[in-house]
Design a protein around this ligand. Structure first.
Ligand code: NAD
Length: 354
């Protein structure tokens, strides 16, 4: 076995159906007495539930979190946090609500108790992001990593099927790239395999019955594992491509991950034979075809499998290949503009990789 470093970034995780009811105890464990609940506008009902469950421990509610954390929402919340003498942050929702809490924590060092309701995985990472004048800045700081996370699968029953699948594919992407990360280690490898298995087996069951409690629990468990992998090791070509496409062409986050993953894996396959074996074992497919099997999974679940379907223009592919190869992330295989252009062409057309 090769030597490795494993940074344990402890979070307390409470997992199970109905566990949102533990929120008051958990906030008290963190020493919180004046919490600030955060959600998107669409999920203000959940923010009200948090307020009711916290009772006198809730100092205020903010329901204007939006994707990519615009600076004005951060500034508006920071003012409220100060005026209301807030001592803890309780985001409920997806990466948008949790992202806003992280941006506030970056400036205030307030502890976060996160209640995720999508599979994006932000709650398990020290990565923050913020958008100013159309430019997204990101960074890593342990101060923004939630101290406690409550995973309550019941809160995900309302996730629309398209978002369930694409958000689940986003979580699978964290696991896949974690397997061939520069700093991969045996612990994250175990988590990644288990995450792929849990998600790929549960997503079809959820589509058949969105309130299948066992399948919803398994998917959220897989998302926790994926988020932990994302927060522990570096990502590679797939994430670089998604960041470049999302940032430059405003493509939707989870859909972009869904479309790109099979193509990025196919591109890297020859350089990562061990990862390929693990992915094939986790999905239950032939070792010659895990990229194709991921494509089939997305396609069978009725979500987009081409960049064209999610709003990319063919005329932007040249520029996209250039942007995606500037300041490349670590990648196990060589990354050249021309070969990335070919990858993007196939992803644009949605040609099954094989
Ligand atoms: P999101 O938080 O914007 O949620 C998408 C939509 O779904 C929103 O309208 C939300 O209100 C709604 N929604 C959420 N949960 C729901 C539920 N259970 N039922 C019904 N509707 C629900 O999107 P996301 O995909 O969770 O997160 C994407 C954002 O997170 C991006 O900005 C991305 O960059 C960021 N992200 C950050 C990290 C990190 O480590 N910092 C990791 C992953 C994603």
């Amino acid at each position: 076995m090769e030597s490795f470093i494993y940074d344990v970034q402890a979070s307390r995780v409470i997992f199970g159906i109905g566990k949102i009811k533990e929120i008051k105890n958990e906030l008290e464990n963190l020493g919180g007495k004046r919490a600030f609940a955060i959600s998107t506008q669409e999920q203000e009902g959940l923010a009200s539930e948090v307020k009711n469950l916290l009772g006198d421990l809730c100092a205020g509610v903010y329901t204007k979190a939006i994707q990519h954390v615009p600076l004005d929402t951060v500034e508006e919340s920071l003012k409220l946090v100060k005026d209301l003498n807030v001592d803890s942050l309780v985001p409920i929702g997806g990466g948008s609500s949790i992202g806003l809490a992280k941006a506030i924590a970056l400036q205030t060092a307030l502890p976060i108790l996160a209640i995720p309701t999508t599979y994006a995985g932000s709650e398990m990472t020290p990565i923050w992001g913020m958008t100013e004048n159309g430019l997204k800045k990101t960074g890593k700081n342990l101060v923004v990593k939630p101290k406690t996370v409550i995973y309550d699968p019941e809160l995900t029953y309302t996730l629309p099927s398209r978002l369930t699948v694409t958000s689940g594919m986003n979580a699978i992407a964290h696991c896949v790239e974690g397997l061939y990360a520069e700093n991969a280690n045996p612990i994250t490898t175990i988590m990644a395999e288990e995450g792929i298995r849990a998600l790929s087996s549960s997503l079809p069951k959820i589509l058949a019955d969105p309130s299948d409690s066992n399948a919803r629990s398994n998917a959220l468990y897989g998302c926790w594992l994926g988020g932990t992998v994302l927060g522990s090791v570096g990502m590679a070509l797939h994430h670089k491509l998604c960041h470049a496409l999302g940032g430059s062409y405003n493509l939707p986050h989870a859909e972009t991950h869904t479309v790109i993953l099979p193509f990025a894996l196919f591109y890297n396959a020859n350089y990562v034979p061990e990862a390929i074996k693990v992915i094939a074992r986790a999905i239950g497919c032939d070792e010659s075809d895990p990229a194709g099997a991921l494509f089939d999974l997305a396609s069978s679940l009725g979500v987009p499998t081409s960049l064209e379907e999610i709003g990319m223009k063919e005329t932007d592919l040249d520029e996209a290949a250039k942007i995606a190869t500037e300041n490349p992330y670590y990648n196990p295989g060589p990354v050249h503009e021309q070969s990335i252009r070919q990858l993007l062409e196939l992803a644009y057309k949605g040609v099954r990789p094989q």
